[in-house]
Design a protein around this ligand. Structure first.
Ligand code: CA
Length: 231
């Protein structure tokens, strides 16, 4: 899961990043409004944490801008005070939830988990396993399982990443660019050409499991994990 945090108080940001990384989230941090907006509009994040007061452009404006551009990524707004106006403005600007500073780590993590759950068709069970259709991902064991027939297959690190992205976005089209950036970051063009190769590996493993789900190429747009059409 890829998270973005836009917060200008560096120590605060570093503390939150450390906590999130400990929870195995992949986190990018930006410290000002313009950088934050650029990152947020890239549409590669699963969740965005936005501080309200930022140099350059405030959190409300960032949220309004990305929503106007059609970016649907869930936004958690950090408000400084228990100020009702801030909360209302936050929600009006397109934020999905807010948290008042100072907050407890436990609450931050609970909100994030809830928002990620809400955002996806997929669900996680009590043990934190992701599922989509008849597929279940056991991240701890790097296994993909068809829950109906109990078959499993071991995944490489890249395949695990790919299937995780597809399962958390089940029913949504993901472009090759989005996948490349989520997995390899902006820098690595050499790896970019491998996206199709890794998708094809991942596809074959899903086929091997005899799942009802499939990764379908959507012409000109990207790929989608969805229920197989039965003939
Ligand atoms: Ca601030």
């Amino acid at each position: 899961m890829k998270l973005l945090i836009v917060e200008d108080e560096k120590r605060m940001s570093e503390a939150v990043c450390a906590i999130l990384r400990q929870e195995k989230y992949d986190v990018d941090a930006y410290y000002d409004g313009f950088g934050g907006l650029e990152a947020a509009r890239s549409n590669i994040y699963d969740l965005i944490i936005l501080d309200v007061m930022l140099p350059g452009m405030n959190g409300f404006e960032i949220a309004r801008n990305i929503r106007k551009e059609g970016v649907q990524t869930p936004v958690l707004m950090l408000t400084a005070r228990a100020d009702t106006d801030d909360k209302v403005e936050g929600l009006d600007s397109g934020a999905d939830d807010y948290l008042t500073k100072p907050f407890e780590t436990k609450e931050l993590l609970a909100r994030i988990r809830a928002m990620l759950r809400r955002n996806n068709i997929q669900s996680t069970d009590d043990t934190g396993k992701l599922s989509a259709g008849d597929l279940k991902l056991d991240q701890g064991k790097s296994m993909l399982i068809n829950t109906e027939n109990g078959m499993d297959v071991r995944l490489s690190e890249k395949e695990l990443h790919i299937i995780e992205i597809f399962m958390t976005n089940a029913g949504n089209i993901i472009s090759k660019e989005q996948l490349a950036v989520k997995i390899w970051g902006y820098e690595n063009e050499a790896e970019y050409n491998n996206v199709e190769v890794y998708i094809s590996f991942t596809r074959k493993k899903i086929q091997y499991l005899d799942s009802k789900m499939e990764i379908k190429a959507v012409r000109g747009l990207g790929y989608e994990l969805r229920q197989k059409e039965t003939s």
